[in-house]
Design a protein around this ligand. Structure first.
Ligand SMILES: Cc1cc2nc3c(=O)[nH]c(=O)nc-3n(C[C@H](O)[C@H](O)[C@H](O)COP(=O)(O)O)c2cc1C
Length: 210
């Protein structure tokens, strides 16, 4: 249990990455598995995880992200995106995946499909979109902890112009929107933020017992 707190205290929102240090394939695989295992409402995973490897594209994204250097210096740049709407075919694909994975009897699968369609298709896009965005933050939280536990640095980032990024990457055409940037890699020894104490509310302020 102590390990969990060691990991969470080790991590910090890295401001300066060492551009010479790269993730191993094994580290990247753990990170991808962690993202894949992220829970989501009804399990529908309304997310897409985009890794940007092109240096030219990363330079363009840096400008859109108010010139935050982590975007180009980190080993990897992840964009966590969510779907802007969910239609019948999306639900059909999910039910098919569940059915295949769990060998679900046809009758139960049909009931599940009906249940999902009743609940999700009755929602307006203006409700579905922020609901999906919220799922992105679950992935972010899990990602940050996973990275910390394998001693990989990551910076959660909302500091970018999402509209411009969506245009640059043509995300709307894929029914997607960017929610978070997350540069992932290794801290520079020159990043002074790693030495700062964590600033957190006291437990007395943060917790309430009823
Ligand atoms: C949703 C979210 C968005 C953030 N956006 C940025 C950002 O754009 N740039 C940045 O350097 N840090 C960003 N941060 C980092 C926070 O400032 C940082 O997590 C917070 O101050 C706590 O510090 P710690 O993560 O080092 O413990 C963001 C954090 C979160 C959770």
């Amino acid at each position: 249990m102590k390990q969990i707190l060691d990991d969470l205290n080790w991590r910090y929102a890295t401001k300066q990455f060492d551009p010479t240090l790269k993730l191993t394939n094994e580290q990247l695989d753990v990170i991808k598995d962690s993202l894949r295992l992220t829970p989501s409402a009804y399990g529908i995973q309304p997310l897409k995880f985009i890794f940007v490897s092109s240096p030219a594209l990363r330079e363009q994204i840096k400008e859109i992200a108010f010139n935050q250097g982590q975007v180009v210096d980190a080993s990897h740049l992840l964009i966590i995106c969510s779907y802007t709407s969910i239609d019948e075919s999306y639900i059909d694909a999910h039910v098919e995946l569940v059915t295949e994975t769990r060998n679900t009897p046809a009758e139960r699968a049909a009931g599940f499909s009906e249940f999902l369609k009743k609940n999700i298709l009755s929602m307006s896009d203006s409700d579905v979109e922020p609901w999906n965005v919220r799922q992105a933050y679950i992935a972010l939280g899990q990602l940050l902890h996973t990275c910390a536990s394998i001693r990989v640095d990551a910076t959660p980032m909302e500091g970018f112009n999402a509209k411009k990024l969506d245009e640059l990457l043509g995300l709307a055409e894929q029914n997607l929107k960017s929610v978070l940037l997350c540069p992932i890699g290794f801290r520079s020894s020159e990043d002074n933020y790693q030495h700062l104490a964590k600033v957190r509310k006291s437990k007395e302020t943060l917790f309430q017992t009823l």
